[in-house]
Design a protein around this ligand. Structure first.
Ligand SMILES: NC(=O)c1ccc[n+]([C@@H]2O[C@H](COP(=O)([O-])OP(=O)(O)OC[C@H]3O[C@@H](n4cnc5c(N)ncnc54)[C@H](O)[C@@H]3O)[C@@H](O)[C@H]2O)c1
Ligand SMILES: CC(C)[C@H](C(=O)O)[C@@H](O)C(=O)O
Ligand SMILES: [Mg+2]
Length: 372
C-alpha cells in the first residue's frame, strides 16, 4: 500500500481551526477507503515567529521539500503587523512558494447550486459557474529586484522616501505557467483567456507574446483570447461564465481570485493548489491552501468556514495522488451539506439556512462522506 506523506502547516488565526476539520476528513479516508497518510505537523507564519523568531524555520522548509504534499491553513494577523518586513508571517508562505518553485497556482471558482442565491451577484449570473484561475506564483512584482524603501527621493518633495517594487518576467517563467493553463484547459472547456496590462507595461507585452507563442507552437487546438486585467475584473463581475481558464501574473491573479471568490458566495469557499515541476516520484511539488487568510476578525470563535481548506485537500487528492474518485467524493460531500442547508456564518443570508460552527460543518461533511 502506498503511504502518502503530508506536512500540515496550520499557521495562524482560523488556520488551525479549519485544518482541524481537514484532519477529520483525512481520518475518514484512512478508515473507510484504506488510504494511508504519514501526517506530520509544523509551524508557519506568526506561530513560527513566536517560537523561532522567523516565519519559517529552515528545518520546516526542508520537511516541506521532502513531503509528497504540504497543506497550509493561513498566516498573518494584527499581532504581527508591525514586525520587520523580513520576518512577517506572509514571508514564510512566500518562501515556501519560491523555494519549492510552485509556479502554477490553481484557484478554481465554482458556484454550488445551493449558494447561487447567496452570491452578491444575481443567480442568473453565477449559477453553474465553474472557472479556473491559473496564477503565476513565483515571480513578478512579488519577487522582482530592485525592491525596498529608501531615502532616495531627490525631487525635493516632502517626505523624501521612495518605495520600489519591480515587475519582472522572463520568457521561461511565462511559458511554463502558460503550458500549465493550456494543459488544464484541455481537460475542461478547452479555452484560455490570458490577462495582463500590455497597454501600459512592457512585462505585459512580453506576457501576451509568450502566451501566444506557446499557443501557436504547442496548443493550437485550445482557444486563446487576451484581455487587459482591469477589463478582466469587470468581466468577471459582469459575466463570469464567459471564462473557462484564466491565466495571469502573480499580482493580478491575487486580486482577480479574491474577486472570483465572491461569485461563489464567500471567500471561505475557495480552495487552491500551488504546483511545481515533477519530483523524482513523478508527483509535482505541491502545496494546498485555502485562498482566504487568517481572518483575525472571527478567529477563535468557531465561526470560520472550513470548506475552502477541505476542498484544498480534495485538490491534493486529485493533483498529488491521482485519486480523482476520492476527490470527487469529497466535493460531492461538500455539495450535499450545502444542499442540506448547513451554513457557517459567512454563508448566512436572507434566505436562511441551518447555522453551524466550524467543527459542526466538518462533522457534517464527514457524515456526508459516509452517506454517499
Ligand atoms: N494565504 C494566506 O495565508 C493569506 C491569504 C490572505 C491574507 N492573509 C493574511 O491574513 C490576514 C488577514 O487578511 P484579510 O483580512 O485581508 O483577509 P482574510 O481572507 O483573512 O479575511 C477577509 C474577510 O473574509 C472573512 N473570511 C476569510 N476566510 C473566511 C472563512 N474561512 N470563513 C468565514 N469568513 C472568512 C474574514 O472574516 C474577513 O472578514 C493578513 O495578515 C493577511 O496578510 C493570509
Ligand atoms: C498572504 C499573501 C502573501 C498572499 C498573496 O498575496 O499571495 C495571499 O493574499 C494569497 O492570496 O495567497
Ligand atoms: Mg490573496
Amino acid at each position: 500500500m502506498t503511504t502518502y506523506s503530508l506536512l500540515i502547516l496550520p499557521g495562524d488565526g482560523i488556520g488551525p481551526e479549519v485544518m482541524a476539520e481537514v484532519r477529520k476528513v483525512i481520518g475518514w479516508f484512512e478508515k473507510n477507503r484504506g488510504l494511508s497518510f504519514a501526517v506530520s505537523e509544523d509551524l508557519v507564519g506568526g506561530a513560527a515567529y513566536d517560537k523561532h523568531g522567523k516565519p519559517l524555520a529552515d528545518e520546516t522548509m526542508a520537511r516541506a521539500q521532502a513531503a509528497d504534499a504540504v497543506l497550509l491553513g493561513a498566516v498573518g494577523g494584527p499581532k504581527y503587523d508591525n514586525l520587520d518586513f523580513s520576518v512577517k508571517p506572509e514571508r514564510g508562505l512566500l518562501r515556501l512558494r519560491k523555494e519549492m518553485d510552485l509556479f502554477a497556482n490553481l484557484r478554481p471558482a465554482q458556484c454550488f447550486d445551493a449558494l447561487a442565491d447567496f452570491s452578491s451577484l444575481k443567480r442568473d449570473v453565477v449559477a453553474g459557474l465553474d472557472i479556473l484561475i491559473v496564477r503565476e506564483l513565483t515571480s513578478g512584482v512579488y519577487f522582482g529586484e530592485p525592491r525596498g524603501i529608501s531615502d532616495d527621493d531627490t525631487s525635493g518633495n516632502e517626505g523624501g522616501r521612495v518605495g520600489v517594487n519591480t515587475q519582472r518576467y522572463t520568457s521561461g517563467e511565462i511559458r511554463r505557467v502558460a503550458r500549465a493553463a493550456f494543459e488544464l484547459a484541455r481537460k475542461r472547456g478547452n479555452r484560455v483567456c490570458s490577462m495582463e496590462k500590455a497597454n501600459v507595461m512592457e512585462s505585459g507585452i512580453l506576457w501576451r507574446e509568450e502566451v501566444q507563442w506557446v499557443h501557436d507552437n504547442e496548443y493550437p487546438d485550445v482557444e486563446l483570447s487576451h484581455m487587459y486585467a482591469d477589463n478582466g475584473a469587470m468581466q468577471l463581475v459582469r459575466n463570469p461564465r464567459q471564462f473557462d481558464v484564466i491565466v495571469t501574473d502573480n499580482l493580478f491573479g491575487d486580486i482577480l481570485s479574491d474577486a472570483a471568490a465572491m461569485l461563489t458566495g464567500s471567500l471561505g469557499m475557495l480552495p487552491s493548489a500551488s504546483l511545481g515541476a515533477p519530483m523524482e516520484n513523478g508527483r509535482p511539488k505541491a502545496l494546498y491552501e485555502p485562498v482566504h487568510g487568517s481572518a483575525p476578525d472571527i478567529a477563535g470563535q468557531g465561526k470560520a468556514n472550513p470548506i475552502a481548506c477541505i476542498l484544498s485537500f480534495a485538490m491534493c487528492l486529485r493533483y498529488s495522488f491521482d485519486l480523482g474518485a476520492e476527490a470527487d467524493l469529497l466535493e460531492k460531500a461538500v455539495e450535499k451539506v450545502l444542499a442540506d442547508g448547513l451554513r457557517t456564518g459567512d454563508l448566512m443570508g436572507a434566505e436562511g439556512g441551518k447555522p453551524v460552527s466550524t467543527a459542526e460543518m466538518g462533522d457534517h461533511i464527514v457524515a456526508a462522506l459516509s452517506a454517499l
